[in-house]
Design a protein. Sequence first.
Length: 427
Amino acid sequence: MTITHSQEAFTKAQELIPGGVNSPVRAFKSVGGIPRFIARGEGAYLIDIDDNAYVDYVQSWGPLIFGHRDESIENAVIDAVKHGLSFGAPTQAESDLASLIISLYDSIEKVRFVSSGTEAVMSAIRLARGFTGRDDIVKFTGCYHGHSDALLVQAGSGAATFGTPSSPGVPADFTKHTLLADYNDIESVKACFASSEGIACVIIEPIAGNMGLVPANKDFLAQVRTLCDEHGALLLFDEVMSGFRACLHGAESITGTKPDLVTLGKVIGGGMPVGAFGGRGDIMAHLSPEGGVYQAGTLSGNPVAMAAGLASLGKLNTNRRIFGVLEARATRLMNGFSDAAKKHNIGLQTDVRGSMFGFFFSDDEVTNFSQALKSDTARFAVFHAAMLEAGFYFACSQFETGFISTAITDTMIEATIDAAEKIFGAL
Ligand SMILES: *Cc1c(COP(=O)(O)O)cnc(C)c1O
């Protein structure tokens, strides 16, 4: 495989754009190697500017559940473009997408659209604070909620630590209201409640996808719900990744725990920039202009983005068997990886939720971030490079989730397992 064009393009881009990329993970830093510059996508494949084709298990980090260039999404976008790119005034498409989301999520009575997941979470937290009149929030180590200041925090030592900023440029004052707890550990959440004068909300990825795939335990979520109720705090499910990826009706339908607020993104935009937050009507009523909590956006609810979202969610809604099919394929892939790893004596932990899959090079079960960190990232880097060379595009970090699209066939999955087995054998 030659990648000379990508190599040149990456060198040039680094002179123009910090690190050569517009979002850090794309630079391949944690695995080494040269990021491929993409010319186009076609169904299950990414095609780079050297004309190499890869079976795509990244799907633009989640959004493309129907793969690249899905005909109905593409046509919906082209049709919308012909009516104008943006109006800064309400359109019917916004109500149509809102109505669809509200019909599919029990917990969502009203919804507002924004342009990214980051914006959705930042706004939902402001709303939770405005609604409760409290400042503190609880976040879990290893969960990612976008790059807004208050959420760029890392754990200090001990439970119930007040977060310290994980990035230069974030004042310590901005993260002092962010308390950190351990995923799947209810005692650490209790410690946060015990140490705070008032918690506005607990924010959690109910199916964590940003430390690798680590779903929350059912009982744990139910206990978090109870704690929130006892203390008058809101429960916020960040489903920017898992929403319409794990299933059609949200993590609440899998786990049985209902949140007060939900954030969405990725799949709901069908590949266009869309985020959303929604939830209980009485809480959403506090949002401007109905209520006092300010939130706005020039391109929010953009008609082209809404058209892509409607086409994407509309298809999921009318083809409800899709999630079963995707989950069967994801399971087939992970079972194949597991068997191949066993054969070559390699410790591998795998999991699946709908079209999401994850694997850790580790001998031990992974239920939280510190366990995820014990996995063998050097081994992952070798795996990643060799799979890329073989024509399989996996996320360039051990701590990311993989995705199946409807364009990925069982034959492709078998080929992926064969390639992985060869690599495991050589590890
Ligand atoms: C991707 C993601 C975000 C951030 O969304 P952006 O659109 O990248 O700003 C927030 N929360 C979760 C759970 C995510 O996976």
